[in-house]
Design a protein around this ligand. Sequence first.
Ligand code: NAP
Ligand code: MG
Length: 404
Amino acid sequence: MEKIKMTTPLVEMDGDEMTRILWAMIKEKLILPFVDLKTEYYDLGLLHRNETKDQVTVDAANATKRLGVAVKCATITPNKQRMEEYPELTEMWKSPNGTIRSILDGTVFRTPICIDAIKPVVKNWKKPITIARHAYGDVYKAVDMETTEPGTATLTFTGDSGEVKTLTVQKVDGPAVWQGAHNKESSIRSFARSCFQYAVDTRQDLWFSTKDTIAKVYDGAFKRIFEEEFAHYKAKFEELGITYFYTLIDDAVARVIRSEGGYIWACKNYDGDVMSDMVSTAFGSLAMMTSVLVAPDGTTEYEAAHGTVTRHYYKYLKGEQTSTNPMATIFAWSGALKKRGQLDGLSDLVTFGEKLEEACFDTLNDGIMTKDLVGLVEPGFLATAVTSEAFLDAIAERLRNKLA
Ligand code: NAP
Ligand code: MG
């Protein structure tokens, strides 16, 4: 069989622990036998980030800007415990995802991979719900303080021009707590653009929700900026038959629960933090959740939403076979290859990505799955837990037949 050709390389970011092991196995069994793979490789493994003083993460992000599409393996974000585990670390390096996100100025879209054998907790959800979380500002960049006596708090802005604006927050008659939050127009605009862009790319409706009836100026700005940006996408939305729908956050929550799914839900930072945990839990498993970072200019990075699965890695190091679920990481690869194929006009590469995903679904529908999923299937569905390696072999066999 002749291998499928690529023209532009993908940016490939390798990572850590169990997902690094899966990464190599996915390439060996599912990609390299079929695709004449072209990548620009960046090793974001913790020790290599340390050796390069984290320059490799910045280089990988800049390469993504240049080439347009990246696929990333899960990586360790060092904390105190990791500093003890890896004494050679010279610094507690920042989260690679945070670094990449700030360089690309992108928004993260999380989507569950759904199969018939595993039903969402919410019975009427038939299609995946994608959550887009704004990742800048609000309570996450707020300052807060406590006061102990009666008094008045004010909010003052001093412009670089010297102009001053002041508001009274509240006069209190006793101890109180205070918070000062902000967001930037540029960040909200980038968020809006990424959301409209991704809705067009995936041909799904876009929902957006805030509380602008209460926070008239603050959330009102979010609503207004989304409307302004939508003006640039309106014709494209009409052409594709998709819609942009704005509603209040409480109304959105009620509608989401009653819906069939199949749309993107854009959320402010806090709403997205809370709602993404609810939606992903209701769909079943973190191991079946994909994550896509989309920049306002359409630059896209694909990955799994889960981490490096440390507990399984330590079993692997002891020589034990593990049953770690590679689905989300495979879908990161298929997503990136499909996107590369679309941008470069390579229909064979797009078809390969689609067949790879079909082969994964066929394997699961045949009852061959990793241990984490066996516990979630509907009563009566016959499922066998296999190792990661056996699972990948079963997918490879089905993929080979599809491509023959
Ligand atoms: P995790 O790696 O997502 O794993 C937490 C637990 O979830 C696992 O122990 C496992 O449960 C289950 N799980 C997650 N993915 C699975 C899969 N593919 N197959 C089967 N089970 C899976 O989260 P963590 O243990 O909190 O974090 C580990 C490291 O990952 C940390 O160093 C963190 O910094 C990093 N991290 C990276 C990213 C990223 O790069 N995007 C995201 C999150 C975390 P059982 O043990 O019960 O089987
Ligand atoms: Mg959270």
